[in-house]
Design a protein around this ligand. Structure first.
Ligand code: GRF
Length: 196
């Protein structure tokens, strides 16, 4: 079994799907820890209900980003992660931290990277008049939202879509894509998959 650590900041809907996917008896992953930078994150209670170990540190208690990351790393390393999945984790990580876990840290981003790195992705796609939006699972590197792509899911933009209605449809695809990519990576596959 390979230890999977999941980092969240809020509701953790992607985390829930990842944990649920690992319940299959033939799955190579084990949800070793759910960690949050916000002790009040709703996802922590959901992880508790799924009997997954949880931990959290309030990043606002640390004057320097590096100090928070050093404290977080102690929790992560104690879980001996083979893979770390950022799932709705909203803290930007320093290059040193990403280098520490190079090759074993994934993220899900709500756009068809390389389009729209950063925030407000759905509003930007609507503003641009794009025909499609979607989500991407990628390896985390020092460059924000720019690591090797492991999977993408496309979602057609519909007339009258708002950022919220589009986000809701994309989130449903995130919940399909991330578990698929997680299993493939744990089974040793890093070639990208595309689902529509
Ligand atoms: C989602 O839009 C996801 O793409 C982004 O964070 C948002 C919340 O994710 N990474 P979750 O519901 O907390 O998993």
């Amino acid at each position: 079994m390979k230890n999977v650590v999941i980092l969240i900041s809020g509701g953790g809907s992607n985390m829930v799907r990842l944990v649920e996917s690992m319940k299959r008896s033939d799955h190579p992953g084990y949800p070793a820890l759910v960690f949050s930078n916000d002790p009040a994150a709703g996802g922590l209670a959901l992880a508790d209900q799924m009997h997954v170990a949880t931990a959290s540190l309030d990043h606002r208690a640390y004057a320097r980003r590096e100090d928070f990351e050093a404290a977080m790393a102690e929790y992560l390393d104690a879980a001996e992660p083979d893979l770390i999945c950022l799932a709705g984790f909203m803290r930007i990580l320093t290059p040193d931290f990403t280098r520490r876990y190079a090759g074993r840290m994934l993220n899900i981003h709500p756009s068809l990277l390389p389009a729209y790195p950063g925030l407000h992705t759905h509003a930007r796609a609507l503003e641009a008049g794009d025909s499609h939006a979607g989500c991407t699972v990628h390896e985390v590197t020092a460059d924000l939202d720019a690591g090797p792509i492991l999977g993408q899911a496309r979602v057609a933009i519909e007339p009258g879509d708002s950022p919220d209605t589009l986000a809701a449809r994309v989130l449903k695809m995130e919940h399909q894509l991330y578990p698929l990519v997680l299993r493939r990576v744990l089974e040793g596959h890093r070639d990208r998959i595309d689902i529509a």
